[in-house]
Design a protein around this ligand. Structure first.
Ligand code: ADP
Length: 150
């Protein structure tokens, strides 16, 4: 018997949960895509967040459902409005890396009141997106703790 409390054991196990083991694939669009096409993309890919990249595949922004809804209730022509006009752009995008702890990602989601983070790796200039972490991924990790899959 280790003499550790339940909370200590839980904390230890939480610190074994890394982004690299729980992230999903990102859905990425180019910054010149129209808002109209981005909406179609979001439905077809069944995600709540699209990540926006430039021609060199560098992360430039994030598009949420509400960003697209907000643009849609204006009088603008959605087929000629590029997503880079309405997205949340760098350097205001919160992101994480594969070796980050999931609990730190969860803290960022709560603090910033957002649903997901891109998982990035540093490139020559900027960041390449290769994953995404959402509240669903965190919930799955939470369930795996309860099932003692550690
Ligand atoms: P929704 O807007 O559909 O509720 P979010 O809560 O994720 O989805 O997004 C809220 C706002 O925060 C949006 O304007 C969105 O562009 C922005 N946002 C979402 N994810 C991020 C992120 N990782 N970094 C910075 N801003 C983000």
């Amino acid at each position: 018997y280790t003499g550790k409390s339940g909370t200590q054991l839980l904390t230890e196990n939480l610190k074994k949960l890394y982004v690299r083991d729980y992230h999903s694939l990102p859905v990425v669009v180019h910054e010149n895509l129209s808002v109209y096409d981005a909406i179609c993309h979001m439905f077809l890919e069944d995600v709540g967040t699209l990540f926006v990249v430039d021609l060199k595949s560098r992360l430039t922004g994030v598009l949420s459902r509400k960003d697209l809804l907000r643009a849609s209730i204006g009088q603008q022509d959605l087929t000629s409005l590029p997503v880079n006009v309405i997205m949340t752009r760098m350097p205001n995008v919160t992101f994480c890396e594969k070796d980050d702890l999931l609990v730190n990602v969860a803290t960022k989601l709560i603090d910033k009141q957002i649903d997901s983070l891109p998982v990035v790796r540093q490139m020559d200039e900027g960041y390449e997106v290769f994953g995404r972490i959402t509240k669903t991924n965190i919930t799955k990790a939470f369930v795996s703790l309860s099932k003692d899959e550690m």
